[in-house]
Design a protein around this ligand. Sequence first.
Ligand code: UD1
Ligand code: CA
Length: 452
Amino acid sequence: MMSLSIVILAAGKGTRMRSDLPKVLQSLAHKPLLGYVIDAAVTFNPEPLIVVYGCGGDIVKKTFPSQKIQWVEQKEQLGTGHALQQTLPFIKDVGSTLILYGDVPLIDHTTIRKLIQKGQTHLAVLTFNKQDPTGYGRMIRESGKIKKIVEENDCDDLQKNIQEINTGIMCAPNALLKNWLSRLNNRNNQKEYYLTDIVRLSIEDNIEVLSESADNEVSITGINSKSELATMERNYQLMTAQKLMEQGVTIMDPARIDIRGELIAGKDVTIDIGCVFEGKVVLGNNVRVSAYSYIKDSVIGDSSMIEAYSHIVESQIGEHVRIGPFARLRPGTQLKNNVHIGNFVEIKNSQVNENTNINHLSYVGDSHVGKSVNIGAGTITCNYDGTNKHQTIIEDEVFIGSNTALVAPVKIGKGATIAAGSTITKDAPPGELTVSRDKQTSIAGWKKPTKK
Ligand code: UD1
Ligand code: CA
């Protein structure tokens, strides 16, 4: 294929979003709309990839620092044709140019590829037959051949009934495009330089205009308001869920799952309702995630179970691990195989080794916990002295009685037992029972106070 330039139009204000954030930075499944278009564009190896941005565009540029993008500013939004005119210095004389919209995120690659093919020699327009075409430019044909595109605001009553619309996505040979762009004017009801006028100019030049018809409405849908954004979000989530189900994942209700990033799942994975996955999450074989759990940037090993309402961020979980319900694993948590983490347990920046149980109401932070340890209910590692964080080391086969405070830095030796209710401030030797609390006394003959 000849060289391909891609221009993404992203200068529109997006007033209907009623937001300080530019429209193309509004997010769909936690990724800016423009990010989808850039990622899709990159797969076509464009040279160059141009993004036309408008006022307030600095944050747009800063959002995509790593990509090889030729940023072109359109200072005033005088129309789609004017936007394209700004890119002329960067478009090669040979090859062709594909025009995409920064607010149409879910384009279909197969259709676009066909459009690019047609756009090597002719202007090719991506069209769609829309039940309600209101708002869109209409494709005007005579004996089946495209003659022009008429914008909604310039349509007469008859033209308004035409259901074949211009999606806005086009491809054209650079030499022709450059010539047509130099001939645009703004003599229309919106006083805008319409890119769509290049259709009329091609016909004037006796060059046939080709089209490719999209068959999937989502793939050509642009987003203008929060409500459209929400609809698109649900469409996107449903598509993502569908793909996972095709891979064999059991999703209890595909309408009640949110995947904001990449979810990689092994065999026989089950995901109950209301779960949210963010960033990159990997679930091994036979993993079960129960209702209303939130998992971000984590790996869950084979046959592990996440019980309901668990919250897991930047954690590495081994195999046959049981977590929750109501557990919170914060960044830097590493759980080895067969660990059990129960309800209302918070773990942060800690490694917990094989067969260890932390089953109820505990906080374990900045710790290294050995194998086959039992940590009783209400155990707290006091890792913070108000200024610095300190480490707690609990060696293999330790038993920590309930309601123990381990004041870090502190080490509990292998096989040690800590009596319930202890406050441990010094290292506890291996194998021994360490008690650190007042002895229990009872005062004989003590009387309850009487009311005065
Ligand atoms: C345009 C098409 C219309 C088509 C519709 C599809 C023209 C004249 N009309 O309509 O036929 O059915 O898209 O959605 O092209 N933009 C700029 N600079 C500008 C104006 C727009 O970068 O000066 C960008 C916007 O950010 C947006 C895209 O171009 O991504 C389309 O702009 P928008 O105003 O939504 O489309 P219309 O002009 O209404
Ligand atoms: Ca417009």
